[in-house]
Design a protein around this ligand. Structure first.
Ligand code: DAH
Length: 350
């Protein structure tokens, strides 16, 4: 058989082989067998010396034509494969399926409660201010009437940065900052923010949130404090809430008052109905019917003096723990929930 006839046979062999191809991979392999550098066509071309020199141009032409023809056959086959694959994808695509929505973020329950508290107090005329979490010993303690060796400093389990600089242990230093900045009364501010103490257990976190309130004006009395805080707690927890004031102690207030409200779980009864007239002691208020919710008092004259206000000024202050409010409002009994960032927990507030 002469070489030109062999070329023709090669082309017809290919059309037979192509009919057996069942995948794109097989097609690629077959292309290498026929047209690759060491493939069948290259093998025939390598036998050029066997051809009489007069016939070589004709053989060259035929070889090129065969190469082009076979290339076209592979190309056509490849296209039909790609079209079939696209059809398959379309067949699998269901345009009636709902799309995949990106996950939506939500505000943290602590943020939600903080916003709600600030909203109520802003409506009463208190302006929201903020300040640093790294505080001077002066603002955190001394100006608030804790002398350097005052035993009340022990209540605070302070994280010291260095001598004279602390992580603020409460938001009360914002009282000092507000008065130093305003220079004279009147002022009514609230300061929400993070505070730090050196304890960590089931009911204490080394970082938690407080909101501080301060009002200074002429002739501010205990009645103003009681009216404001009673109104505030009823806005926050509901109009049926009862409020009581107990004597307490804070170095920066005189007198100092602890504010309790009636337990929101047992409505102040100390017990909860558990069906068929049976009652169970309330675990939230430990059967007392009352919950401690705020610290407060009339601003101590020593605090006014420390910030350059007249000791004759009058004002009241209060501070509350945001985590505690959030636990009561949402019925959460484990403080750690707020800091673990478990999405199953957080998603419930979106
Ligand atoms: N700073 C106090 C604490 O962290 C809370 C507090 C009590 C703030 C009485 C006040 C106040 O403004 O009047 O325990």
């Amino acid at each position: 058989m002469n070489l030109i006839a062999e070329l023709e046979k090669l082309v017809s062999d290919l059309s037979g082989d192509l009919s057996k191809v069942a995948s794109l991979v097989m097609l690629d392999d077959l292309q290498t067998v026929y047209l690759g550098r060491k493939g069948k066509l290259a093998g025939l071309m390598g036998r050029l010396p066997e051809v009489a020199s007069a016939e070589r141009p004709a053989f060259g032409k035929a070889a090129n034509a065969a190469k082009e023809q076979m290339g076209g056959m592979f190309e056509e086959r490849r296209k039909s494969y790609q079209a079939a694959a696209a059809d398959r994808d379309l067949a699998r695509f269901d345009p009636s399926l709902p799309g995949r929505m990106p996950g939506r973020g939500a505000l943290h329950p602590i943020t939600l409660v903080m916003e709600e508290i600030c909203h109520i107090l802003n409506n009463l005329g208190f302006e929201t201010i903020s300040g640093p979490e790294v505080e001077t010993d002066f603002n955190n303690f001394q100006a608030l009437n804790f002398p350097l060796d005052h035993p009340a400093r022990d209540m605070q389990d302070t994280l010291f940065i260095n001598e004279g600089i602390v992580m603020r242990t409460h938001t009360s230093p914002m009282q000092v900052r507000a008065m130093l900045e305003k220079k004279k009364p009147p002022l009514a501010v609230i300061a929400p923010g993070k505070v730090y103490r050196r304890d960590s257990d089931l009911t204490h976190s080394p970082m938690f949130h407080q909101i501080e309130g301060l009002l200074v004006d002429e002739k501010v009395s205990l009645a103003h404090l009681r009216g404001t805080l009673t109104f505030f707690l009823r806005e926050l927890f509901g109009p049926e809430v009862k409020v009581r004031f107990r004597p307490s102690f804070f170095p920066f207030t005189e007198p100092s008052l602890e504010v309790d409200m009636s337990c929101i779980l047992c409505r102040g009864t100390g017990a909860r109905e558990v069906g068929r007239g049976r009652k169970e002691p309330c675990r939230v208020c430990k059967s007392s019917g009352w919950l401690e919710i705020l610290g407060s008092g009339m601003v101590h004259p020593a605090v006014f003096t420390a910030v350059g206000f007249s000791p004759e000024c009058s004002g009241f202050a209060f501070g509350l723990g945001v985590e505690r409010v959030a636990m009561l409002k949402y019925g959460i009994d484990d403080l750690r929930m707020f800091f673990e960032n478990d999405l199953r927990f957080l998603k419930q507030f979106s």
